[in-house]
Structure formats: structure tokens, C-alpha cells
Design a protein around this ligand. Structure first.
Ligand code: SF4
Ligand code: ZN
Length: 362
């Protein structure tokens, strides 16, 4: 790099060119690397990094039917857009479609579903919507009316996970892709350390999960920074919905999120470092891992007699909504005592993970 121009005057940063193509004026400072680059180079590094993650990790096979979990938010909208671009450009041979969950949250999900319906037309991807009302006979509005605003995300997170699996199975999908990004991943590593959840810590950084379950899930954005997703959506003028859920509690996970953002401000690499740390944890052979079976009521994958969704539903339907959450009273028989214990241990595992929407499924 030269230090001055023809007249020997020091060269000003203003005159600099894109550090990738060296031709155009930079339009942004890339959050991941702090490089000053032009818009076209940003699109191409952003998309190519995702392509490399897909290829290096063998995420897809030609001919597979892929459900893109679509909430209408920035992550899943960019995911649907980029995947359909890459599928065309690199001939992945995938049959992509959008899968949305309608939790029944008036003033939030009904509006964001409108965005997904527009995406269906804009990207030419068919859309399937599954609803809590149809699957569980309860909407989140009704659940919140019954239980209040304390543990709503626990119900919602457990129900969403199953709803996506059921929707994907209904549509005969081979895989489900979610828009979890590098920030979400780092946050989850941190949360699992904070709560000492060794079982989750070991699998929360996997790029593909649930290969032994009904539908494998993968995260093509595992190394993609949230800030870059926002920039990409902004520059490409993608149509997404940015309002937060009206029932969002922003508790524990919110603090972890802020902490990671602070670290990123000082050292952008911190996000990737936390993910790498998570990847390199090894579980000691003496750690007891839960055994997987199936729920005896609905057949869904579960390490207990009943899956989490069935346990929570049982509480709701019996008018004892707190049954599934922490301590409960009103169950006297020996059988119910056992059930209560089981409920508590099942649900305990999902509390922290379910604090914020969209980052529930690690
Ligand atoms: Fe459900 Fe997310 Fe709203 Fe919580 S914040 S109630 S998990 S949609
Ligand atoms: Zn079940």
C-alpha cells in the first residue's frame, strides 16, 4: 500500500478502495473482519462463505426436499433467499419450501406470517403453515391468558420444536434448516456453560442435529454473524418483519446476548472463538447421558415416558398449568407424584433455552 499520492501528500482513508476487489469504493466495514469492502464484494463473500459451510459439512444431497423454517424475521428470510440463490447457482438440486409455525399470537405472528406469504411469492418457494391451535388445541394467546407471562416461552419453545418436526414430516421433508446464526450459537454455548448443562453443551455447536430423530436439522448460518445478516437484508432490500414478540420476556438469554455483543465490540473474533470452544469440549465418559426413546402418548422422540409437549399439555388441559413448571401442588396420588417429578425434570431442561424466540432449538 502506498503512503502518499503523486505530490507526496499523505493518502486519506477516504480515498481507499475496497480491500477485496481494489476497484470500487467501500460501502461498509465488514463486521466479521473489519475490512472495508464494496457492496458487491460483500454479497459475494457472504454467500460464498455459506456455500463453503454447506459443501464442507455435506449438509445436503442432490434431490433432497428441504424445509426452511421461516418466521418472517431477518435470519430465516435471508436464509430462504440465499439458499434459493445458491441452489440455482451451484446446482444443489434441492427441492426447497418454506415451513412456518403459527403460534397464535395476535398482533405479532399474524403480521409476520403476512411477510412469509410475500416471501413465498418473491422467492417462488411453496409455503406450509402449521398452527398450535390445530396441533395442540391451544393458541399462545390462550396459554398466556391462562398462565400469565412467566413461563410462556417454555411452552412456546417446546411446542414449536415439535410443530416444525410435524410440519416437516407432513410435507415429507428430508431435512429442516433453521436460521440460527453465529451469535445465537455463541450465546447458547455460554448459557450451557453457565447452567452446567454438559449434555447440551456437547451438541449445541453441531451443525447437523437430530440425525437419530424424525427429521435432521441443520444450520447453514452457524458461522454467519448476525450483523452481516442484517446488512445483507438491508442492502438487498429483503422483505422481513422486525417486530419482537409481544410476549418476549428477554430474561437470562438477553444478558448473555448483551455480553456477547460487548465482546464483539472489542474483538469481533470473540464470537467464532466461543463457538470453537464449544466445539472442542469433550464429554468425560463418566457423564451420564439421557437415553432416547419415544413418548408413549404421541410417539415423539423423548427420554422420558411422556415428551415435553405432552407433559405441558397435560398441565394446561387439567387446569394445572404450573404443573409443568418448577414446583407444583395439588397432585396427591403416588402415580401423580411420579408424574410430577418427571414433569419437573423434563421441563427444567428447557427453561433457559426457551427464553427467546428463534434460538430454542439447539
Ligand atoms: Fe413464543 Fe418467542 Fe413469543 Fe416466547 S418470545 S412467546 S418463544 S414467539
Ligand atoms: Zn408426546
Amino acid at each position: 500500500m502506498e503512503n502518499g499520492d503523486a505530490n507526496g501528500k499523505p493518502k486519506r482513508a477516504v480515498g481507499r478502495l475496497c480491500s477485496i476487489c481494489n476497484q470500487k469504493k467501500p460501502a461498509l466495514k465488514r463486521p466479521k473482519t473489519l475490512e472495508q469492502i464494496c457492496r458487491e464484494c460483500f454479497y459475494s463473500v457472504f454467500e460464498e462463505e455459506i456455500h463453503n459451510v454447506i459443501v464442507d459439512n455435506h449438509l445436503f444431497k442432490p434431490g433432497e426436499r428441504i424445509a426452511v423454517a421461516a418466521s418472517g424475521g431477518k435470519d430465516s428470510t435471508v436464509l430462504a433467499y440465499v439458499l434459493s440463490e445458491l441452489n440455482r447457482r451451484h446446482n444443489y438440486g434441492l427441492d426447497l419450501f418454506l415451513l412456518s409455525v403459527d403460534e397464535g399470537i395476535t398482533g405479532y405472528r399474524d403480521d409476520s406470517l403476512e411477510t412469509v406469504k410475500r416471501n413465498e411469492v418473491q422467492y417462488g418457494l411453496p409455503l406450509k403453515v402449521v398452527s398450535y391451535k390445530d396441533l395442540y388445541s391451544w393458541t399462545m394467546d390462550e396459554i398466556v391468558k391462562t398462565i400469565g407471562l412467566k413461563n410462556n416461552c417454555t411452552f412456546c419453545g417446546v411446542f414449536r420444536r415439535q410443530a416444525l418436526d410435524r410440519g416437516a414430516a407432513l410435507m415429507r421433508a428430508d431435512k429442516l434448516v433453521t436460521g440460527h446464526n453465529a451469535d445465537d450459537m455463541a450465546e447458547t454455548v455460554l448459557l450451557n456453560i453457565l447452567r452446567g448443562d454438559i449434555a447440551r453443551l456437547s451438541r449445541c455447536t453441531f451443525i447437523i442435529t437430530g440425525e437419530d430423530g424424525p427429521i435432521p436439522r441443520c444450520k447453514p448460518f452457524k458461522y454467519t454473524y448476525e450483523k452481516e445478516i442484517v446488512m445483507y437484508a438491508y442492502f438487498k432490500k429483503l422483505d422481513y418483519f422486525s417486530t419482537e414478540c409481544i410476549y418476549s420476556p428477554n430474561a437470562y438469554r438477553g444478558f448473555a446476548r448483551e455480553f456477547i455483543k460487548d465482546l464483539e465490540r472489542i474483538r469481533p473474533q470473540a464470537i467464532l472463538d466461543i463457538i470453537r470452544s464449544g466445539e472442542n469440549f469433550r464429554i468425560s465418559t463418566s457423564t451420564k447421558m439421557p437415553e432416547q426413546g419415544t413418548c408413549e402418548r404421541c410417539g415423539y422422540i423423548s427420554s422420558q415416558k411422556l415428551c415435553k409437549a405432552c407433559l405441558l399439555l397435560e398441565g394446561l388441559n387439567r387446569g394445572l398449568p404450573k404443573l409443568g413448571i418448577g414446583r407444583s401442588r395439588g397432585l396427591n396420588s403416588a402415580k401423580e407424584d411420579g408424574e410430577q417429578r418427571m414433569l419437573r425434570s423434563e421441563v427444567k431442561g428447557s427453561n433457559l433455552q426457551s427464553k427467546q424466540c428463534g434460538t430454542l432449538d439447539f
